[in-house]
Design a protein around this ligand. Structure first.
Ligand code: UDP
Length: 243
């Protein structure tokens, strides 16, 4: 993908026509898979992710089980066809790192102590990548955990902010991520106003960092609203009676 001449045009519009504080079109759906205990599909523009949850179930191998809480296993994976340059089949270092930070973020909201000796397995599959896959993955994973009925203090909602052509922007797409000056994924448990993941790739001044965080918070409150709407949509409808 070639670098465009400018990432922000003279009218302040971004490469895909968005304003600086606009999210990409978002889709969320809960319970999209039959074989897992909980699942969710989340799309932010060209980034498409499925998350599936199994558990709580007895931890295997048994010697890994913890006497006082469940283990949360988390696997973030990009399919080979999700990116332009075919990704190698196995888990890359990047995917191993992202699995870890996503697990740590989810652990802060999940009541693992309610399920001693059990494991809860979270799988995140990126089926198409266009920037912000870790944040979309986290947003989907917390919905899948809720769909599986795992008790949680809150959902996790996430988005990246960044700096392109010297300006702060919300929800970077791949071109902005690649050719921008900074990329800062942020995840929050919005009910507690607490940050559960924050990374920064690139450089920002302290002032830009503060403003960027406020921009992320604004996006996260919208994402949180959409998450609750998606959950309500599934759980407020009564399934038809079996005859
Ligand atoms: N990407 C890619 N191949 C890779 C990893 C990433 O093409 O092996 C692209 C993909 O579009 C991804 C973007 O680069 O969304 C930004 O990747 P980053 O590591 O910043 O993570 P993300 O923003 O997806 O959380």
């Amino acid at each position: 993908m070639e670098k465009p001449e400018r990432l922000i045009d003279e009218n302040g519009r971004r490469v895909d026509g968005r304003k600086f504080d606009e999210l990409r079109p978002v889709k969320m759906e809960i319970g999209v898979l039959d074989k897992s205990d909980g699942s969710a599909y989340v799309e932010f523009g060209g980034t498409k992710v499925i998350a599936a949850v199994f558990g709580p179930r007895e931890a295997h191998p048994r010697h890994l089980a913890l006497p006082d809480r469940a283990i949360l296993n988390c696997r973030y994976h990009m399919t080979s066809f999700s990116v332009e340059e075919r990704k190698p089949l196995g888990m890359t270092r990047r995917e191993i790192e992202l699995s870890k930070v996503i697990r740590e973020a989810l652990e802060t909201v999940t009541f693992l102590e309610e399920f001693p000796r059990a494991s809860i397995d979270v799988y995140i599959e990126v089926i198409q990548a266009d920037g912000g896959t870790r944040t979309t993955g986290l947003t989907a994973a917390s919905l899948a955990l809720a769909d599986a009925g795992i008790p949680m203090a809150d959902l996790v909602a996430a988005v990246a902010v960044g700096k392109v052509d010297g300006q702060l922007v919300l929800d970077l797409c791949d071109i902005e991520d690649k050719y921008g000056e900074a990329d800062m994924p942020v995840a929050m448990a919005p009910r507690f106003n607490s940050i559960v993941l924050l990374q920064l790739n690139g450089r920002m001044t302290p002032e830009e960092f503060r403003k960027g965080l406020a921009l992320a918070q604004k996006g996260i409150s919208e994402i949180y609203r959409l998450q609750r709407e998606a959950l309500k949509k599934k759980f407020s409808s009564v399934p038809p009676m079996e005859s």
